[in-house]
Ligand binder design. Structure first.
Ligand code: MG
Length: 202
C-alpha cells in the first residue's frame, strides 16, 4: 500500500472557480493526503458515500515514484496515469468553514479511481492533455502545462518535506470544470494519445 500525496489549487482557473486565492508559483504548494486504500482500479465500479450529497470529480494527472539511483533516499517520476481525486464537496466546505483538515472530504472509501500506469520515460509529462467524459459527454479537460507548480518543483518540494517512498503516488491537481457524480454515471477518462480508463458509479 502506497501513500497518495495530492496538490490542492495547482491550476489558477480551478482555484478561481471556488473563490480561493490563487497560489504564487514563488510560494509553496498545498499538499494533502489520501489513504492508499482509497484506490479504485481501472474498469471497476464504486459507490458514492451515503453521508455526502455532493461528491465531485476532479480529473488529474497522477504520477508514481521510483527510487532515484543517483540520490540516496530520493525518488523520481517513474510512471503516469489519469486519476479522479473524488471530493465530498459538502464535507470540504464545512472543513474550510471550521478550519479543520480535509481528511473526510478527500480520503473516503473509493475516493481515488486510477487508470493503468504507463512508463514515464521519454514522455513530455508537462504537456500531457487529459479529459473526462460522463455518459459520453465531455465534462472536464486540462493540460499539465497550466500547472502553477510544475512537476519538477512538486517532486523537489515533496522530497524535501515528506517521507516520499518508491511506489507512492502524486495527484498533481485539477483544472477548472469539476462537477458532481451521480449513481449510474459511466466515467471515461483519458490522457490524449497515451491511455484511457473507465469506471462506473454504482
Ligand atoms: Mg484535486
Amino acid at each position: 500500500m502506497h501513500n497518495i500525496w495530492a496538490v490542492g489549487r495547482n491550476y489558477s482557473d480551478h482555484a478561481k472557480e471556488f473563490g480561493s486565492a490563487v497560489p504564487s508559483a514563488a510560494g509553496e504548494p498545498m499538499i494533502f493526503l489520501k489513504a492508499g486504500t482509497c484506490v479504485v482500479a481501472n474498469g471497476a465500479s464504486f459507490a458514492l458515500p451515503a453521508w455526502s450529497t455532493e461528491v465531485h470529480f476532479e480529473t488529474e494527472l497522477a504520477l508514481q515514484f521510483a527510487a532515484n539511483p543517483r540520490v540516496p533516499g530520493g525518488v523520481l517520476v517513474d510512471a503516469f496515469t489519469i486519476a479522479l481525486d473524488l471530493t465530498a464537496r459538502d464535507a470540504q466546505n464545512l472543513a474550510k468553514q471550521n478550519g479543520t483538515p480535509w481528511t473526510l472530504a478527500k480520503s473516503f472509501r473509493d475516493s481515488c479511481p486510477l487508470g493503468d500506469w504507463k512508463p514515464a520515460g521519454g514522455v513530455d509529462l508537462q504537456n500531457l492533455e487529459f479529459s473526462l467524459k460522463i455518459d459520453g459527454v465531455l465534462k472536464q479537460k486540462g493540460c499539465a502545462r497550466e500547472m502553477i507548480f510544475a512537476i519538477p518543483r512538486l517532486v523537489q518540494y515533496l522530497s524535501e518535506r515528506f517521507p516520499v517512498a518508491a511506489g507512492d503516488i502524486l495527484l498533481t491537481g485539477t483544472p477548472a470544470g469539476v462537477g458532481p457524480l451521480h449513481s449510474g454515471d459511466r466515467l471515461q477518462a483519458q490522457i490524449h494519445g497515451h491511455l484511457e480508463a473507465s469506471w462506473i458509479v454504482k
